[in-house]
Design a protein around this ligand. Structure first.
Ligand code: KG4
Ligand code: ZN
Length: 330
């Protein structure tokens, strides 16, 4: 089965062609990051207009690079939730047009679930139940995955998403958008124990909170103009990593899973990957995360989630809608 995946939930226009769930024939990503840098975040209207310009060429290029034509496709999978509605509409409209013209099955994919499915692209031996952690610019969710497309919520952020915290703190430090990769890089030269920034105590829950940390950072920055930027980056990053790793490992123990899937833009963070590897070894857990290019937004993960949804007999008609919000498993 050859699935075309389409992703336009935020500021990346992406198209990918996937054969049989594991053979990635192409995965093209047109990023608008440079464009949005001037606003220090994503401007929704600008994002939607840029998707309109980028979508047709990138679809053609994805099929070309796969060595195929549109006639060779067996299905179209498109991220239709959650995301910026104007942006989502561009991908969904393109997917519907292709489905109609080429008579292809169409499946709408939950973007958050798709982040976790990036792990299925690289591993074919995954067994349910598993714990999934999605950490991105807009989300922070822990869920028990009991089957394909089946999720039970375990925890979530009560305020900011971790990527959002990275981006806001980086902005206050005068660093460019998106802040996550910049702080990740600076932190490699810094001391993670230099400043003991606060870790939120949410008791026995498996929730996260990053707004107190963000506020503490902003206050610290205004009061310590001469502190080493690398040490600030490393200490701030460590506070986020501590929360994500400790809570996830606790949730894994409580749910009794053996496998944990970590995904989303923040999963590309090197310190987070290293700490999860260490924690996995110490706790007898298999903790996986995709390679960095499959952590941030991409259509390969949409095609992968679509592949499994279609295999389970799921599909949508041309009436497929878009949704600004949608939890895992919806
Ligand atoms: O998943 P994603 O590409 O888009 C959303 O669905 O939100 O995630 C983007 C987020 C941004 O906040 C970005 O700063 C963060 O992921 N990010 C990182 C790293 N790479 C991207 N955060 C920490 N370390 C990184 N290496
Ligand atoms: Zn994402």
């Amino acid at each position: 089965m050859i699935v075309l995946g389409i992703e336009t939930t935020c500021d990346e226009t992406s198209a990918a062609v996937l054969r049989d769930g594991t053979e990635l024939l192409s995965n093209l990503i047109s990023s608008q990051v440079e464009l949005h840098r001037q606003w220090g975040g994503v401007a929704p209207e600008v994002a939607a207009r840029h998707h309109v310009e980028a979508i047709n060429p990138i679809l053609r290029q994805a099929v070309d690079e796969a060595g195929l034509t549109f006639n060779d496709l067996d299905a179209v999978a498109v991220a239709n939730r959650p995301g910026l509605v104007g942006a989502l509409l561009v991908g969904v409209s393109a997917a519907k047009a292709l489905a109609m013209v080429y008579g292809l099955p169409l499946v709408g994919v939950n973007h958050l679930e798709a982040h976790l499915y990036a792990n299925f692209l690289e591993h074919t031996d995954l067994e349910f139940p598993m714990l999934g952690l999605v950490v991105s610019g807009g989300h922070s969710n822990l869920a028990l995955m009991t089957g394909h497309g089946e999720f039970q919520p375990v925890g979530h952020t009560v305020d900011d998403a971790p990527g959002e915290a990275f981006d806001k703190v980086a902005r206050a430090m005068g660093l460019p958008y998106p802040g996550g990769p910049v702080i990740d890089k600076l932190a490699t030269e810094g001391d993670p124990t230099a400043y003991p920034f606060p870790r939120a105590d949410l008791g026995e829950t498996f929730n996260f909170s990053f707004s107190g940390l963000k506020t503490a950072l902003l206050r610290f920055l205004s009061e310590n103009k001469d502190a080493r930027v690398e040490d600030i980056a490393a200490s701030f990053q460590e506070a986020i990593v501590d929360a994500l790793v400790n809570t996830t490992v606790r949730a894994a123990r409580a749910t009794g899973v053996e496998t944990v899937l970590v995904a989303g833009g923040v999963a590309a963070n090197r310190r987070l990957k290293a700490r999860f590897a260490e924690a996995g070894e110490r706790n007898g857990l298999r903790i996986l995360s995709p390679k960095p290019i499959l952590c941030t937004d991409n259509a390969a993960m949409i095609a992968t989630a679509g592949h499994y949804a279609l295999r389970e007999g799921r599909g949508d008609g041309l009436g497929l809608e878009t949704f600004a919000t949608a939890p895992l498993g919806s």
